[in-house]
Design a protein around this ligand. Structure first.
Ligand SMILES: *[C@@H]1O[C@H](CO)[C@@H](O)[C@H](O)[C@H]1NC(C)=O
Ligand SMILES: *[C@@H]1O[C@H](CO)[C@@H](O)[C@H](O)[C@H]1NC(C)=O
Length: 255
């Protein structure tokens, strides 16, 4: 690899690891906090700022939650929930939680950046949901090794599922994914049902692949100590589901 590219990769990885963890007394990882405070951010399957108020409510409901209230969003913010994307929350309001003032986000302010009550409920934003109960699928996994299954496995999965698994190995470790069984509704571009793998602590960056059909995907090894898996099924046709095992690897063993 070119030296410059290696340098770039290293600084990128450093930034990635710094992006979450305990810093200045603030826990910098919205995904851990999702569990701590029950509040989390979602965008549409189509991308950022694509949800009307009605659709935003539906997204939270899919996952068994509902729109976060201002108080819930603020409670989450106070323990470090920081997201630079405006979303619907309770009572038709739009805003986002800012912990650390920055030039690019939140107008240099700290707090809930509140766009107020929107009269036009057809405006399109992201959403902030609240769900204190564990979801029926997904979660934050910190074990050194574990089997991940689609909901209901070995039975068929249901329509309209959304699951996020966030794998957190120890600093310096890598994560090895090995697929054991795979049967997800097939279509050309995997638009209907799919499993996505991200080499990252969220599903925004580090896209590593989208899988459907019944071919067993190849093994995947992360570059850092975090990975995110996202499973989505639409409103029709399901499949047998999938089963995979992840193993945390000591990076020193790999070089
Ligand atoms: C409401 O918002 C939508 C989406 O931004 C826009 O297309 C529509 O014109 C707005 N309606 C009014 C009355 O401003
Ligand atoms: C990885 O490193 C940890 C801590 O140094 C050690 O306890 C563990 O046994 C190692 N795992 C393997 C598979 O070598």
């Amino acid at each position: 690899m070119h030296v410059l590219a290696l340098f770039w990769l290293l600084s990128f990885l450093l930034n990635e690891t710094q992006a979450w963890g305990f810093k200045n007394g603030i826990f910098h990882n919205s995904i851990w906090l999702e569990q701590a405070a029950g509040v989390y951010h979602r965008e549409s399957r189509k991308g950022r700022y694509q949800l009307t108020y009605k659709e935003a409510k539906a997204v939270c409901k899919y996952e068994g939650g509902k729109l976060a209230t201002y108080e819930q969003l603020e409670a989450a913010r106070q323990i470090g929930f920081h997201v630079c994307a405006a979303g619907w929350f309770d009572k038709g309001r739009v805003g986002y939680p800012i912990v650390k003032a920055g030039a690019n986000c939140g107008f240099g302010k700290v707090g809930i950046i509140n766009y107020g009550y929107r009269l036009n409920k057809s405006e399109k934003w992201d959403v902030y949901c609240y769900n204190p109960n564990s979801k029926k699928c997904g979660g934050v996994l910190t074990d050194q090794q574990k089997i991940i299954q689609s909901p209901g496995f070995p039975d068929e999965y249901q329509d309209d599922e959304i699951c996020y698994w966030h794998i957190r190995a120890r600093l310096g470790q890598k994560i090895h994914l090995h697929f054991l069984e795979f049967d997800v509704e097939d279509d050309m571009s995997c638009l209907a049902d799919y499993l996505e793998v991200y080499d990252s602590y969220d599903d925004v960056s580090g896209f590593a692949g989208r899988f459907c059909g019944d071919y067993l995907p190849d093994d995947i090894i992360s570059t850092g100590n975090v990975m995110t898996l996202k499973f989505l099924s639409d409103a029709s046709v399901t499949g047998g589901g999938f089963q995979l095992q992840y193993t945390a690897l000591n990076a020193s063993l790999l070089t």
